[in-house]
Design a protein around this ligand. Sequence first.
Ligand SMILES: [Zn+2]
Length: 179
Amino acid sequence: MRHGSIPGAHGRVRPLTLLGDPVLHAPAKDVTDFGPELAALVEDMFATMYAAQGVGLAANQVGEPLRVFVYDCPDDEDVRHLGHVVNPRLVTADGVVIRGPEGCLSLPGLEAGTERYDHAVVEGFTVTGEPVTVHGTGFFARCLQHECDHVEGTVYADRVEGRRHRRLMRQVSRASWSK
Ligand SMILES: [Zn+2]
């Protein structure tokens, strides 16, 4: 692979928005301009995701209220999935529902058991406006559902219920970043 083609190699690591930041809790806007600014944003998002050792990142997690996410995520068979989706639509989420540990770069250091479908399909576009369809199973399906939630202004903590939710919120209130 050419050096120049490594995602994020030319990107800038940006500060992450954290739980409670309004940009994380409002639906993001459709991308209408597929120009160099969008390509630069995606590069920054990859750089930021890798710097934070994440497996997925949505644009509102770097403060941009646009419908874009990037991912570099394994599935349950350890197959690596790498890419980005602009204006994503979760067109299928089905199969069995699995409650598994889920975390988020906007709630650093925390995780909670979160229910997700085992299979997901996302349709959208590349940075140059080409249509793209992404299929995921297992942990990668979880990632796709998590990132599609972000563009709608939902974080995984919103999907955790009962005592798990209370425990997570207690951990948030004690976290150094939530002050
Ligand atoms: Zn997240």
